[in-house]
Design a protein around this ligand. Structure first.
Ligand code: SF4
Ligand code: SF4
Length: 308
């Protein structure tokens, strides 16, 4: 509360320093809430709150406008060896820098990975105190064998589900999780409110202002992804290649868009990196994002990811 009050008191000076007078006029920071959210993105966090890791690129649901571009991705599975190497290094960094509160194993659809149980065991081995979640669309839960549930119980894995408006027998899943003593939670308000879709468009010309995008982007410094030995400030950058490939676009990702966990000296360097806009931010059209569309499946058409 004290930090909040201090930031609000200094708001005009801070925004002026961060953006300069010209940009300050063109950004929508009218409400205290928006200003605070923007400041939180650019103030390095004291530790890594959440890290997400994609075990597969593809998905069995293929939602319209998916912001992991899973409907456009070819089948691809993360290797266990690479995963263990990266987690070992991440744990080494985290142990010296405040730990990690939560690790989410997701995709695409993570339950499509035939070795899902090995990923959970390795994650628990390197992060004994961290909350570990499998973040799934739930379709494959009913088919999981007892060994899967035993593994979840033994490694204290939380099953987090986004409940889509599709047919899934939730009674069976609830009974199973209760019988096996595995925690089941629903993402956002999807347990009670029907899931809708959002439109998160690119500007394929890369002509947007990176700083304005970053300050207004709810992914920025919040949806941190570990992807093939690199940490990204958001989940958009590492997966945008599926969009580029599918539609012949050149959204150029460069070396400075992520931080290599083997080159980083310590967690402080990483946390500072994650709190800054990167060159790739120019490809996002953050101020044109919109929400609340009835959920439907993707037709893999470009307008799901750009503004026509
Ligand atoms: S379930 Fe998730 S990963 Fe799969 S297509 Fe839908 S939004 Fe994308
Ligand atoms: S690349 Fe896009 S999604 Fe990622 S932080 Fe920048 S503006 Fe946000």
């Amino acid at each position: 509360m004290a930090l909040r009050n201090f930031l609000l008191k200094c708001r005009s000076k801070i925004v002026q320093i961060l953006l300069g007078n010209e940009l300050q006029k063109s950004i929508n920071l009218q409400s205290d809430g928006k200003l605070l959210n923007s400041l939180i993105r650019i103030i390095p966090r004291p530790s890594l709150r959440v890290v997400v890791i994609s075990l597969v690129e593809h998905c069995n649901l293929n939602c319209w406008g998916c912001d992991h571009y899973a409907p456009l991705a070819e089948e691809s599975f993360l290797s266990i060896d690479e995963f263990e190497r990266d987690l070992n290094r991440l744990a080494e960094l985290a142990n010296k820098g405040g730990g990690i509160s939560r690790i989410e194993l997701l995709g695409g659809e993570p339950l499509l990975h035939p070795d899902i149980h090995k990923f959970t065991e390795i994650t628990r081995k390197y992060f004994p105190q961290t909350r570990i979640e499998i973040f799934t669309n739930g379709i494959l839960l009913v088919k999981q064998p007892d060994v899967f549930w035993e593994n979840c119980r033994n490694n204290r894995i939380v099953i987090k589900v986004t409940k889509y408006p599709i047919k899934i027998n939730w009674d069976i899943i609830r009974s199973k999780t209760q019988a096996m003593n595995v925690k089941l939670v629903f993402s956002g308000d999807t347990e009670t409110v029907t899931k809708t879709s959002y439109h998160i468009p690119f500007d394929t010309n890369g002509s947007q202002n990176s700083r304005i995008n970053f300050l207004n982007c709810y992914h920025a410094n919040d949806c941190i992804e570990l992807y093939h030995g690199h940490l990204y400030t958001c989940t958009i950058i590492p997966h945008a290649k599926h969009f580029s490939k599918a539609f012949g676009k050149k959204l150029h990702e460069c070396e400075t868009d992520s931080i290599n966990i083997y080159d980083a000296h310590d967690m402080r360097e990483i946390l500072e990196f994650l709190a800054r806009p990167v060159l790739f931010c120019r490809y996002c059209n953050v101020l044109a994002r919109s929400h609340g569309y009835p959920w439907k499946q993707s037709k893999r058409e470009i307008e799901e990811w750009i503004i026509i």
